[in-house]
Design a protein. Structure first.
Length: 280
């Protein structure tokens, strides 16, 4: 049975818990990574900061600290604490079970000396393509109940769907044909104008009848829509394809999911999480 040490990545990007969010975000952008491990003064992992954390916890609602520029917000404010860890000598299946059970995308690997590496769903895609070609079709592992939006939906609506349905990606459709995909990366790293709230905003005025009387309301809304930030160079796959081809496409194109189509019509989505379930 394979051990984690055989597939883990020994290169781990870390930040100190007393640093600001801007540092973590800049590391992700510079190195093309989606997570950093937060360590204390002794180098012990005490948290993780992921694209999901940036999306969920830096929304412009809630406590006043969320409206500060990100170079003024401490990593402690947004990091996920008490990270799940594993050891280099643990079996691969242990890592898969932890990833699925705790709904996380990566696990720091620690030994007696501290952080030894990290294992991600991307690392496991390589295991899938090496060992499981021909075992499953895409349709065997895909998720048929797909969460979708259209191009005109607001970013706030997209984030709310991600949180409510606990998904990391939303397919953007036009007449039931997939035309784009939105992930936490698209949202947390969207090009924005307002340095304090993180989104471009405008004020709209509308009339609402209250107890039979018209009342003028003012609401601040995001100007950016799903169509503005979606990944529109969409790579699709048929349900009849070998699931190993889906794994290859995800690794080659640095993406975490593929819309599954029958002709042009959307019939499902297959993600790295779906694929690692096939390894078990």
């Amino acid at each position: 049975m394979m051990e984690i040490r055989e597939v883990m990545n020994p290169e781990v990007f870390v930040v100190q818990e007393n640093e600001q969010v801007a540092h973590a975000r800049n590391l992700m952008l510079t190195h093309g990574i989606s997570r950093v491990v937060v360590v204390d003064g002794k180098g012990k992992p005490v948290g993780m900061v992921t694209e999901k954390d940036l999306t969920r916890k830096l929304k412009g609602t809630g406590p006043k600290w969320k409206s500060r520029p990100i170079d003024k917000i401490s990593i402690r404010r947004i990091m996920s604490t008490d990270p799940i860890t594993a050891a280099p000598g643990d079996e691969i299946h242990t890592a898969i079970e932890l990833l699925i059970k705790h709904n996380v995308g990566s696990i720091p690997i620690v030994d007696e000396d501290g952080i030894a590496g990290i294992i991600t769903k991307t690392d496991l895609m390589k295991v899938y393509t090496d060992r499981l070609k021909g075992k499953w079709k895409v349709s065997d592992l895909m998720t048929s109940d797909v969460i979708t939006v259209n191009e005109n939906h607001s970013i706030a609506h997209v984030i709310n769907l991600m949180e409510k349905d606990k998904v990391g990606k939303i397919v953007v459709i036009r007449d039931n044909e997939p035309v784009g995909m939105i992930t936490h990366e698209n949202i947390s790293f969207a090009q924005v104008e307002d340095s304090e709230t993180g989104v471009s905003v405008e004020k709209i005025y509308f009339i609402r009848n209250t107890e039979g009387k018209p009342k003028r309301n003012v609401r601040e809304i995001s100007m950016m829509t799903a169509g503005d930030i979606m990944r529109n160079h969409l790579i699709k796959i048929s349900g009849d394809e070998d699931a190993a081809i889906a794994a290859d496409k995800m690794v080659e194109n640095d993406i975490s999911g593929l819309p599954v189509v029958d002709g042009d019509a959307l019939v499902g989505v297959i993600t790295k999480t779906d694929l690692i379930k096939g390894i078990q």
